[in-house]
Design a protein around this ligand. Structure first.
Ligand code: HAM
Length: 430
């Protein structure tokens, strides 16, 4: 027997039984983004490989190890996007949206990283990516964090903590990189293999190491907050005091460096203790140098991305999901003329009552089989149309969720009478 084709490792199907939380998140977050004045943008899933090398950084794990890159038949070097910020910034520049403008944008969709799959870490995963461009001051940092705090409240998610750090200006960060390199070089013998690899290109990432054997060395490393430039220090202080004023709790974490090279100044991460090792559910920060680096006019930027799979898992744990909309009517038809009339009746009802889901029996079958399907559909009312009913201009009406006999309703009166009939079955639109 030949084996069926499996899904690609680390890439998941979202089945109908699981989709409720996804749609709830999309609805709640979509509404929130509208209220905060963000506009949706949709950018391609595939970009030139060069874009990610130049923006995320050649030495980052994402670019050096995790990208799905390929040469297309035209010889172009392309990559499935590992994140959305680079593509959005590219779109802003290549569509000429900048010109001193301030932009507040969001997008959502699948991202691709060839990581080792485990709970909460996938090779295709989904993000909401929110980006504000053209705002230099800390007010936008504050508002973005307030937006995420509001999202958790609206979703009923409480087991989250906000980690906060400042990486300083690009210059301060470059200086810190050199200080850190010096420190780790002095202790090179104590570095594990991963850290040794990061030492030259990306020493900040050594601070992120989860290896217990490295923790003492990391704890002794110089911290960036000690060498912050004055402007970054002020920016960060204003952010912190505004969060205090808004009652949004945070933890300062000088080891929070983030895995992509484009960050400067504010970086933040919402983490949870409810998901195991992959604990970051939403992370981001400022990228004040990125637009200039990609050949746009120097413009500050800030954003974050929310990991949809991880937030959905939290939502499922909380369990406060709305019930799936109740199925209402199942239309049973038997006989060639009646089947055709049932199509017309179903369309008439869908025209007249858009809020009432009408399922038409497809694939014929005897009455017994059709009633079984009606029952499984979850509908509360079966409408029955045979050639005999059709000749008399009526339709049979049978409650499916309680003991009750079948009655009849004149076909022409059904659109007007159906709401009342559904009310008697306690059916409600959700
Ligand atoms: P990131 O930290 O690489 O940042 O990813 C953001 C979020 O995506 C993470 O906090 C996590 O929830 C989710 N995530 C990342 N990798 C995976 C994975 N393999 N499986 C499941 N979920 C994952 C960025 O992507 C930046 N573009 C964020 C940003 C926007 N910074 C500024 N603007």
């Amino acid at each position: 027997m030949s084996r069926g084709i499996q899904a690609v490792k680390g890439m998941n199907d979202v089945l109908p039984a699981q989709i409720g939380a996804w749609q709830q998140l999309e609805r709640v977050f979509g509404e929130l983004l509208l209220r905060y004045g963000y506009d949706e943008i949709r950018v391609p899933i595939v970009e030139h490989t060069e874009l990610f090398k130049r923006s995320l950084g050649e030495h980052t794990d994402v670019v050096s190890k995790e990208m799905y890159s390929f040469t297309d038949t035209g010889g172009e070097q392309l990559t499935l996007r590992p994140e959305a910020t680079a593509g959005i910034v590219r779109a802003i520049i290549s569509n000429g949206l900048l010109r001193g403008a301030r932009l507040k944008l969001w997008t959502s969709g699948p991202m691709f990283r060839h990581e080792a799959p485990q709970r909460g870490r996938y090779r295709q995963f989904n993000q909401f990516s929110i980006e504000a461009v053209g705002f230099a001051g800390p007010d936008v940092d504050i508002e973005l964090i307030a937006l995420t705090a509001r999202l958790w409240r609206q979703l009923g998610i409480t087991r989250v903590r906000l980690l906060l750090n400042s990486l300083g200006s690009s210059a301060a960060r470059a200086q810190y990189k050199a200080v850190l390199q010096d420190y780790f070089r002095q202790h090179e013998a104590a570095l594990d293999e991963d850290s040794r690899r990061r030492l030259n290109g990306n020493p900040l990432r050594i601070l992120d190491s989860k290896n217990p054997a490295m923790q003492a060395l990391i704890a002794g490393a110089p911290v960036l907050t000690d060498s912050l430039d004055e402007e970054s220090r002020q920016h960060f202080a204003q952010l912190c005091s505004a969060l205090d004023a808004l009652g949004i709790a945070y933890e300062l974490n000088p080891r929070l460096v983030r895995g992509l090279d484009y960050y400067s100044r504010t970086v933040f991460e919402w983490v949870t203790d409810a998901l195991g090792a992959q604990d970051a559910i939403c992370s981001g920060g400022r990228y004040d140098g990125l637009i200039e680096q990609l050949a746009g006019d120097a413009t500050p930027g800030i954003g974050f991305a929310l990991g949809v799979e991880r937030v959905v898992e939290l939502m499922n744990q909380v369990g406060a999901l709305p019930a799936a909309p109740a199925a209402a009517v199942y239309l049973i038809a038997s006989g060639a003329r009646a089947e055709l009339a049932a199509h017309k009746l179903a369309e008439t009802l869908r025209d007249a009552l858009p809020a009432v889901p009408v399922q038409l029996n497809l694939g014929a079958g005897n009455f017994k089989a059709q009633f079984r399907r009606a029952d499984r559909s979850g509908a509360c009312l079966a409408l029955i149309l045979g050639d005999a009913e059709l000749d008399r201009g009526v339709v049979g009406v049978k409650p499916l969720r309680r003991e009750a006999g079948q009655s009849e309703c004149p076909l022409a009166e059904l659109p007007a009478r159906l709401p009342k009939l559904l009310e008697e079955e306690s059916w409600k639109t959700t």
